[in-house]
Design a binder for this molecule. Structure first.
Ligand code: ADP
Length: 363
């Protein structure tokens, strides 16, 4: 932007492989140099976006994540958070056109693969030019800004061995201390090592991520939504599906410190016809969730060990409404590192790319 701040309204959009995330800044200060036009256009857009919590059939505003009193480019205001499935992009464009949004918006900062894939659609259907940003730059910028703006952004799960006692606690993240690791679990997974505000590298990744969980779970259980998949998993038992160390040893494999309850072979029981006849959709959903999560935990742990970094932040929408995975990640990091590595979670889990993108003109 070369130091030029675009006119309001300010948007940041992260168009991912599964979900599109939209962040909108609503100014709350009384800055006098607002023009009549700006005020009118803003009030139309603001009214529509902030008075509703559902847009069309599949758009949602996450009101619980709204951030008040944030300062961007010397303006004070509220950040609003909206998401919809990327598969609904055509309906989104149509709605935006119908509500006259395009007429009132000059620039939209966009990131994620969809900023490239849908660039022409924005141009042709809304006459909107997307200002494209890199998704990992945006992720880190958004994360650092959010942690610096919100004292209570970060938390961890304590005592995750005893399920009933396992609970969240606020974590004071010293965001100005480096390095730390970010594991972004979206449709796929990226692992980044962050050494400074403008210094990070992508150290690893895996295609076995949140999209894999939802895809496999849909195949195995016939579920239709992520929420349904998580609900099924919450009521299932993965030990009916997975082969444990104790199923093989009769107990633990103590010489190498492997407890009997540890999964030795994910889905290892499913080669048996009898075992297959005994499993429920819930058990299959739970086993899918545990398999994907433990695999991510393994990769995260090895990355942290390799880089000699002990703080690991887990973000991305796979962790939305998903305490089972957060507890598993926390336990795995703690247990296998003898307490030296720490799993940290953030309240705005899936929105950092969109936030960082909105901030791109504030550099
Ligand atoms: P991406 O940018 O690749 O779309 P996200 O961080 O938005 O990644 O995470 C997408 C993942 O989040 C999905 O693969 C799924 O596991 C999970 N998820 C959480 N909520 C939903 C939802 N409402 N619809 C679909 N997937 C969801």
């Amino acid at each position: 932007f070369n130091g030029i701040i675009p006119p309001m309204p300010w948007f940041g959009m992260d168009i991912g492989g599964t979900l599109s995330k939209l962040v909108f800044f609503e100014p709350k200060d009384a800055i006098s140099e607002k023009t009549e036009d700006e005020t009118q256009l803003m009030s139309n857009v603001t009214k529509y976006l902030t008075k509703n919590s559902a847009y069309g059939k599949s758009g949602h505003r996450d009101a619980h994540q709204q951030m008040d009193n944030v300062k961007i480019c010397n303006r004070i205001g509220t950040l609003h958070f909206i998401r919809f499935p990327t598969s609904e992009m055509n309906n989104f464009l149509e709605l935006a056109k119908r509500k006259g949004m395009a007429a009132s918006v000059s620039t939209v900062c966009a990131t994620g693969g969809g900023a490239f894939k849908f660039e022409e659609n924005f141009k042709n259907e809304l006459n909107l030019k997307l200002c494209k940003c890199d998704e990992l730059d945006s992720l880190i910028r958004g994360l650092l800004f959010t942690v610096a703006s919100n004292n209570n952004e970060c938390y961890f799960w304590s005592q995750c061995t005893e399920d009933e006692q396992c609970s969240t606690q606020e974590y004071t993240f010293q965001y100005n201390k480096y390095p730390f690791i970010v594991v972004n679990i979206g449709s796929g997974v990226s692992v980044l090592a962050v050494y400074g505000p403008n210094n990070y590298k992508r150290i690893s990744g895996t295609s076995i991520g949140g999209g894999t969980f939802l895809g496999l779970c849909s195949l195995l259980t016939g579920c239709n939504t992520f929420e349904e998949a998580i609900e099924l998993a919450a009521n299932g038992d993965n030990t009916k599906v997975d082969k444990l160390v104790r199923d093989i040893y009769g107990g633990s494999y103590s010489r190498f410190g492997l407890p009997g309850e540890l999964v030795a072979s994910s889905f290892g029981h499913m080669n048996s016809k009898e075992k297959r006849a005994q499993v429920s959709r819930e058990d299959l959903a739970r086993a899918t969730l545990v398999t994907i999560t433990n695999n991510i935990a393994s990769i995260a742990r090895m990355c942290a060990l390799n880089e000699r970094i002990d703080r690991v932040c887990f973000v991305g929408n796979f962790l939305r409404v998903n305490p089972i995975s957060m507890k598993l990640l926390s336990h795995a990091m703690d247990y296998w590192s003898n307490g030296s590595q720490k799993a940290i979670f953030l309240n705005h889990e899936g929105y950092f790319g969109a936030i960082g993108c909105l901030l791109s003109f504030d550099e």
